[in-house]
Design a protein around this ligand. Sequence first.
Ligand code: PLP
Length: 383
Amino acid sequence: MPHNPIPLFIPTFRVNETLTAIRECLEVGWTGMGFKTLGFEKMWKTYSDFPNALFLNSATAGLHLAVAQLKQSYGWSDGDEIITTPITFVSTNHAILYEKLTPVFADVDKYMCLDPQSVEDRITPRTRAVMFVGLGGNTGQFMEIWHLCQDRGLKLILDAAHMAGTRWSPNGPHAGLGADVAAFSFQAVKNLPTADSGVICWQDPVMDAMSRKLSWLGIDKDTYARTTGTDYSWEYHVDDLGWKYNGNSIMASMGMVALKYLEIDNVVRRSIADVYDSLLPEECQRVPMSPDCIPSRHLYQVLVENRDSVVDQLKEVGIGTGVHYIDNTQYPMYRLCKGSGFCPKAAWASQRLLSLPMHLRMIPSDVKRVATELKKAIEKVKT
Ligand SMILES: *Cc1c(COP(=O)(O)O)cnc(C)c1O
């Protein structure tokens, strides 16, 4: 009997509620920056306790702003180094290259997050910052890295693309609050889905103000304030060469509705992960979550031999999988980054990492089917 396909990811939108929120923008006649973007920022700060939040068109934009502003504000030079992970989406490391800084790759730990010892080994007089990625919503050894950055006077940038809703304990503080800056993604398949958007959260309100300007081409006053404020003025100053990175009210409408459901959606994700944990065969190695956190569970990852053949087998029975991620040092543009040492664990994992379907439309029988088919596929490719 043929089964319904089970995709790796598929977003769940609360369609009517989202359309009502978008309709409001259309009726008011304000779809751009301001209005709902400010509403989202307020809601996100209340939800996460981050002291500042700026809604953007993507997390990639946020990561770039983070690196660019730190470089500018602290007088870093071209070629200064940021220690980063090879197991990530390329946005993380592109952000470093955009600013002519050097990504120095450190190895990962069992959580597939940066290993503090490897980071420490790669600190040089030119190291300025560490870029930490909470892979799959994991905190890994974030606090160890945080302490290391404090001790060594390094900035800590957090790629929190997978971390919306990761907490230190049930109802406890949101993870990542100690980073100098964190960027979350609200791209369509992340835990808080819009179509494309993100948020940048700075510790320092001065940096937040700078992001507001630089994400709007360097203009010092936003259009919404100019057209709705009592001090309407056609006049504005352009102090810096900024970018067009601002978010808009349509995306923010989607985000405000999605944020209402983030906590309960993450509970469902964790329960799917629990079912996987109980059903997968012993010999199937899981990427563990740090016991210190209640993870968002953006991903459920295992490590398997003959990964690519397993992927093909699962595809044949209608099960979508993914690889998060290929070791970035294998990409030509990163292979020759100065100071990059060999990262043996990342290289090993890169050939074995496999992400199993993880989304809110899965019912327990789907999880069971994935577990059964994975077991069969592993057996089959052995022979
Ligand atoms: C999705 C993702 C990004 C980029 O997010 P966008 O909002 O699509 O720009 C960055 N880093 C990681 C780890 C991601 O998964």
